[in-house]
Design a protein around this ligand. Structure first.
Ligand code: ZN
Length: 443
C-alpha cells in the first residue's frame, strides 16, 4: 500500500464529513481531530459492533463506564507515575523533540542523528530526559501538589478498581470479564499518522478474570476471538497479522502479549494488544488500598488473586483501518468511482432515498414519505441536493449500501428502483415490500 492511498483517505474523510482537523478555524491543534456527521455514525456503529460481540452476545461478560478522573493513588499502584515514561531528546539545531528510539543512526553506526535536520545529537552532552506521558490536571480551585490528578492513560484501571463491585453485585464466578469503552489520554511526544496516534483517543478494553492455571488457554482463546472480530466485519485477511512480543519488549506487568496488526499505508501497526497481565494490577491495588481483592473458589475451597487477560483495542485506529481497508477506486462507464465498501453493520447510512426529479413535487413528496416510513426500521437519509448521477457517486463514497430512487413511473406503479452499492445492479421493488426486501438483505 502506498502513501497516495493515505492521502486519498484523508481527503475523503475531510470532503465527506468523516474526520475534520481539530480546532480548524484557529489554525488547528497538533494531532487533534474531530469526527464529523459521517464519522460519528461510523464510530458509533463500530463501538456498537464491539459491545455486541464483547458484552451482549456473551454470558461471561459485564459492561462498565468508569470515570476519566480517578484517585491519583490508582496511577501509583498501576505503575504509571513511576514508569509510564518515554526518553525525550531535544535537537539543539532545529529545536524539535523526539523519542530517543526514533532517532536515526548516523553513517558510522555509533552516533544518533536528528530525523528532521540530520544534525548529530550528542547523547553524552544532551542525555534523554524521562518524560511522563500522563496528562496532569488539578482538582478544585487551588493548583497545589495535593490537588494533582491525571486524565486516565488507559480505561483498564477503572475496571480493576471496580472488580469487587462487579463481582458482588453480579454474583460472578471465574472466568468472567468486564468490558469498557471510553476516552484515554497520553501526552505523546510524537503523535501522528492522521488519527492513528493522538493524545486524546478512545479505547475498547476487556479485563477477563481467570484462575491462574487457565490464563494461557484464555490468552490464546482471546487472540483468536479478537482476530475473528475484525475478519467478521469484513477486514481483508491479508491486511491483518498477529505479532507476539519478544520477552524484552513486554510491559513490566505482562507475562505475554500479542498484537493484532493492520497493514496501514504507513506500515504494519498495532490495532489491538492481547496481554496476560497476571495478577499484577489486583495485587498492586490490594496492596495500596488495603482492601482484600482475592477471589474465593468455593468448589476448591481456595482463595487467590485471579489472573487477567486483557484484549485492548483502539477505537480510532480501528475506524481508520476499516476506512483504509474499504476504500477502492473502480473504472465505470463514465470514468472512475470511489467506493467505501464498508460492512453493512459499519456503514453510516444503510439506505439513501433520492427523488429522480427534484422539481416534480409529487415525486419529491412520495420520496419523503418513503424516507419517513423506512426511518423507523433502518438508518436512512433523504437527499435531493444534486442530480441523480452525482447523488449516486456521493453515496458510494460514504459507503451507503442501497439507493432508493423515486421517479415519475413510481407514481403510476408504486415501484421504486433499488441500486446496490457494490454491484450497481438495480431492482424494481414495490413500495410496500421495501421493508421486507431490506430485511432479506440483512439490514
Ligand atoms: Zn534537528
Amino acid at each position: 500500500m502506498s502513501n497516495a492511498l493515505m492521502e486519498q483517505v484523508v481527503s475523503l474523510c475531510k470532503r465527506r464529513g468523516f474526520i475534520f482537523p481539530g480546532s480548524e478555524i484557529y489554525g488547528g491543534l497538533s494531532s487533534s481531530w474531530d469526527y464529523g456527521p459521517l464519522g460519528v455514525e461510523l464510530k458509533r456503529n463500530l463501538k456498537q459492533a464491539w459491545w455486541k460481540a464483547a458484552v451482549h452476545l456473551r454470558d461471561d461478560m459485564e459492561g462498565l463506564d468508569s470515570g476519566i478522573l480517578m484517585h491519583p493513588s490508582i496511577w501509583r499502584a498501576s505503575g504509571h507515575i513511576e514508569g509510564f515514561t518515554d526518553p525525550l531528546v531535544d535537537c539543539k539545531a532545529c529545536k524539535k523533540r523526539f523519542r530517543e528510539d526514533q532517532l536515526n543512526l548516523s553513517d558510522n553506526g555509533k552516533t544518533k542523528m536528528c530525523p528532521e535536520c540530520g544534525q548529530i545529537i550528542d547523547l553524552g552532552q544532551n542525555p534523554p530526559r524521562m518524560f511522563n506521558l500522563m496528562l496532569k490536571t488539578y482538582l478544585g480551585p487551588v493548583e497545589d501538589e495535593g490537588a494533582v490528578t491525571y486524565l486516565r492513560p488507559e480505561t483498564a484501571q477503572g475496571i480493576f478498581v471496580n472488580f469487587l463491585n462487579v463481582i458482588n453485585t453480579r454474583h460472578r464466578k471465574l472466568p468472567f470479564g468486564v468490558a469498557q469503552i471510553g476516552k484515554s489520554f497520553r501526552n505523546e511526544i510524537t503523535p501522528g499518522n492522521f488519527t492513528f496516534r493522538t493524545r486524546e483517543f478512545e479505547q475498547m478494553e476487556i479485563e477477563y478474570f481467570v484462575a491462574p492455571e487457565e490464563a494461557d488457554v484464555w490468552y490464546r482463546k482471546w487472540i483468536d476471538l479478537r482476530l475473528d472480530w475484525y475478519l467478521e466485519l469484513g477486514m481483508k485477511k491479508e491486511n491483518l497479522r498477529l505479532r507476539e512480543h519478544a520477552k524484552e519488549e513486554l510491559a513490566h506487568y505482562a507475562k505475554s502479549c500479542t498484537d493484532i496488526e493492520y497493514q496501514f499505508p504507513f506500515g504494519w501497526s498495532e490495532l489491538e494488544g492481547i496481554a496476560n497481565r497476571r495478577d499484577f494490577d489486583l495485587k498492586q491495588h490490594a496492596h495500596l488500598s488495603g482492601k482484600d481483592l482475592t477471589y474465593f473458589d468455593q468448589a476448591r475451597n481456595l482463595r487467590f488473586l485471579p489472573y487477567v487477560i486483557e484484549p485492548s483495542g483502539g477505537v480510532d485506529r480501528a475506524v481508520l483501518a476499516f476506512v483504509v481497508d474499504a476504500y477502492r477506486q473502480e473504472k465505470v462507464n463514465d470514468g472512475t468511482r470511489v467506493v467505501l465498501g464498508l460492512d453493512k453493520s459499519l456503514a453510516p447510512f444503510k439506505i439513501a432515498v433520492l427523488p429522480l426529479l427534484k422539481k416534480n413535487e409529487k415525486v419529491v413528496a412520495l420520496a419523503k414519505k418513503i424516507n419517513y416510513v423506512l426511518k423507523n426500521k433502518f438508518m436512512v437519509k433523504y437527499d435531493d441536493t444534486a442530480s441523480i448521477g452525482k447523488l449516486y457517486r456521493r453515496q458510494d463514497e460514504i459507503g451507503t449500501l442501497y439507493c432508493v430512487t423515486v421517479d415519475p413511473e413510481t407514481l403510476e406503479d408504486n415501484k421504486v428502483t433499488v441500486r446496490d452499492r457494490d454491484t450497481m445492479l438495480q431492482d424494481r421493488v414495490s413500495i410496500e415490500s421495501l421493508e421486507k426486501y431490506f430485511q432479506e438483505k440483512g439490514l
